[in-house]
Design a protein around this ligand. Structure first.
Ligand code: AMP
Ligand code: MG
Length: 410
């Protein structure tokens, strides 16, 4: 049997293993046809092509006058022969010596090759005088210049955010074929854990991990199935775990440390699980476990709430990404100036709750005082974690550090 910590690896490598394994066993994911309005956060299982040219006509980008550029030199005057509003159909070409008032988004008439902004004109009756010259093409987006008809607009594998939804809507894709969200079972373990609707005894704690994990699964693009909690007993654990193994991913909290009643790993093994790692060189979160049991990916996350949250963001999010049909999002690490010095002890990569603020454009990060990985109230003030590398446990104020934003806040 695997010794605890025998497979301890850096978190970057752990993520890589999760991504590679999930991609290798992704298989043909089931799909669902969704009305566009309900498809936010889903991943496209089809490509979407343009139905016509974009823009479909030469479009004015300004309110002003459509002109022959050569006739609208600074100081020249042209006769205004009418107006074109957005949505109007235009048939007649613009005659020499004429101009026509035009609105943003309206079609530029044949012959006209520029639009002069209304701000640079003076009008008396039908006479329009131009205060500045113009260039051919100015303030016009040419027909077909954004996209040709039948061109690829969105690829399969794209996650549908607001811009992608808008493009689908623009080309008339009112229903879109998407991958079903991976189903993620959530199971908390621990003799001390009671449901959030119960009144805990003096030495019991409410199951907040199932709440945070459910929210994190949803935010990451998975479909959470909360299985509640189980005692640290082999029979109870086995029964609940078997329930969880009906899903794409099973995330357990608690029971993966070295205590006498930390049984998750051995129960999973008994059910046939194989592990890719069973410790990650991070704090909080070192005992995190990743394996496969039957057709289900299994994550055993430590039960301390902040450890659970950090390991979820680092390790489970990429699995949900891949099983959603898209690429794993990179960790959005950024650099910030440290406001308070850091002193950490253990030789592990530390993720320290912190607050990122911007002074002008310079990001500045301040560590929060916290009582360790049980202190979730500290996290409500944190919008990020400072990533302290194992070889730099002492960092002075004003040095640059690497920061991992909390994936629901920044
Ligand atoms: P464990 O990883 O099982 O050793 O759990 C470590 C600590 O995390 C426990 O002593 C509890 O204080 C806390 N904890 C475990 N499970 C939960 C849970 N479901 N919700 C909130 N806190 C928990
Ligand atoms: Mg426990």
């Amino acid at each position: 049997m695997l010794q605890f910590g025998a497979l301890m690896i850096p978190y970057e490598q752990a993520r890589q293993i999760v991504i590679e394994q999930a991609a290798a066993h992704r298989g043909g994911r089931p799909t669902v046809a969704l009305p566009l309005q309900e498809a936010l956060g889903y991943v496209l299982a089809q490509e979407i092509r343009t139905d016509r040219e974009y823009p479909p006509f030469d479009r004015s980008t300004r309110d002003g006058y459509a002109v022959h550029a050569a006739e609208a030199a600074a100081g020249s005057t042209l006769r205004c022969v009418g107006e074109i509003r957005a949505g109007d159909s235009v048939g007649e070409a613009l005659a020499a010596g004429d101009c026509v008032q035009i609105m943003t988004g309206a079609a530029v008439p044949a012959g006209a090759d520029a639009v002069v902004m209304i701000e640079f004109t003076r009008r008396e009756g039908e006479e329009v005088t131009f205060e500045r010259g113009t260039q051919p093409g100015q303030n016009i987006v040419a027909r077909g210049s954004e996209a040709r008809a039948g061109q690829l607009a969105l690829q399969a594998g794209f996650r549908l955010g607001f811009a992608e939804l808008a493009v689908a809507g623009q080309v008339g894709a009112a229903t879109v074929n998407c991958y079903r969200k991976p189903s993620v079972a959530i199971l908390s373990t621990g003799d001390e854990v009671v449901s959030i609707t119960e009144t805990p005894g003096p030495f019991h704690i409410r199951n907040s991990n199932s709440v945070s994990l459910g929210a994190q699964v949803r935010l990451a693009g998975g479909s959470p199935v909360v299985l509640g909690h189980t005692l640290d007993r082999v029979e109870d654990l086995s029964a609940k775990i078997e329930e969880g193994l009906r899903h794409d991913i099973l995330v357990l909290s608690g029971g993966v440390s070295m205590g006498k009643y930390d049984l998750v790993e051995s129960v999973l093994k008994g059910l046939g699980a194989a592990f890719y790692f069973d410790a990650v060189a991070i704090r909080p979160g070192k005992p995190a476990v990743f394996g496969r049991c039957g057709n289900t990916w299994v994550f055993g996350l430590p039960g301390n709430p902040v450890s659970t949250m950090v390991t979820f963001q680092l390790l489970v999010v990429p699995a949900i990404d891949v099983l959603s049909g898209s690429e794993a999002r990179p960790l959005p690490l950024l650099e910030a100036t440290l406001a308070t010095p850091i002193k950490e002890k253990a030789v592990l990569t530390h993720f320290v709750p912190a607050r990122l603020e911007w002074q002008g454009r310079i990001p500045r990060v301040t560590l929060l005082t916290w009582q360790g990985s049980g202190d979730i109230s500290a996290l409500t003030r944190a919008n990020c974690f400072v990533v302290v590398p194992a070889d730099r446990l002492d960092i002075a104020a004003r040095e640059k550090v690497s920061v991992l934003p909390r994936f629901d806040v920044l």
